[in-house]
Design a protein around this ligand. Structure first.
Ligand code: SAM
Length: 232
């Protein structure tokens, strides 16, 4: 279970209402049962459930199981797409080790709202399932140009399907983290929008082959390539 509390042997920490509910109702655990608690700052620790009621609970922290380690700084900028597809992208991106998920509003985005809390909960669940120590930061959605204006200059690859762009595997050969991966919405980027994006000095337009992939496929496929080439 992920926790923001400070983890050290002997610590007593409270469960969140969601954790208490999940432990008692879904996992059918109770006082005396063993769990593992983790966060990126302290690592992973053995723990024992010491109390559990409907939406309250507590843990006694035991020995450290894993030390914290630096996580790859691989960031995903993904256009706001339909809810189920975005949920899936957040889950898979978390499994693939992204550090930050930044939903962006693009000209052809057909959804006008992104529920950041819901996506953060999905990211937390996926991090617990895949045993990474950190949970990616899910940022509130912002317009694409604002995300580009705020970008810190790390190399950013934009998935551009019809521009004769260089294959991602060539463009990213030898690339180093931090890296970003930007994917458009169901209807693709508008021409001027893509022009503005690639005019930024840190952006390179790249392709994932001759087929038109769904946005969610492109998001996950590109992250897998970048992890293989530059991540861990
Ligand atoms: N409406 C667009 C069209 O018909 O040309 C297709 C958009 S595609 C479904 C959604 C997004 O996935 C694109 O904006 C792009 O970022 C990414 N994408 C899809 N296929 C790709 C490919 N072969 N190479 C690079 N990016 C791709």
């Amino acid at each position: 279970l992920h926790t923001d509390a400070v983890l050290e042997p002997g610590a007593e920490i409270a469960a969140t209402p969601a954790q208490a509910h999940h432990l008692g109702t879904v996992l059918r655990r109770g006082p005396g049962d063993a769990v593992a608690l983790f966060n990126a700052r302290d690592g992973e620790f053995a723990a024992t459930v010491t109390a559990l009621r409907k939406d309250r609970g507590a843990f006694a922290v035991g020995d450290r199981l894993r030390a914290p380690r630096p996580e790859p700084d691989l960031r995903l900028l993904v256009a706001a797409i339909k809810r189920d597809a975005l949920d899936w992208v957040v889950e898979k991106a978390t499994e693939l080790g992204v550090s930050v998920i930044q939903p962006v509003m693009t000209r052809r985005s057909i959804v006008d709202r992104v529920n950041t809390d819901r996506l953060a909960a999905i990211a937390r669940g996926a991090a617990e399932q895949c045993e990474r120590l950190s949970v990616p930061t899910v940022c509130p959605a912002v317009p694409l140009h604002a995300a580009l204006d705020a970008w810190d200059g790390a190399a950013l690859f934009v998935a551009a399907e019809r521009r004769g762009a260089m294959p991602l595997r060539h463009a990213a050969a030898g690339a180093r983290l931090p890296l970003g991966w930007l994917v458009g919405p169901e209807g693709g980027f508008e021409g001027r929008e893509l022009d503005d994006t690639v005019s930024r000095p840190f952006v390179t337009a790249v392709a994932l082959g001759p087929r038109i992939l769904r946005a969610e496929t492109a998001a996950v496929a590109g992250l897998a390539v970048l992890q293989a080439l530059a991540g861990d």
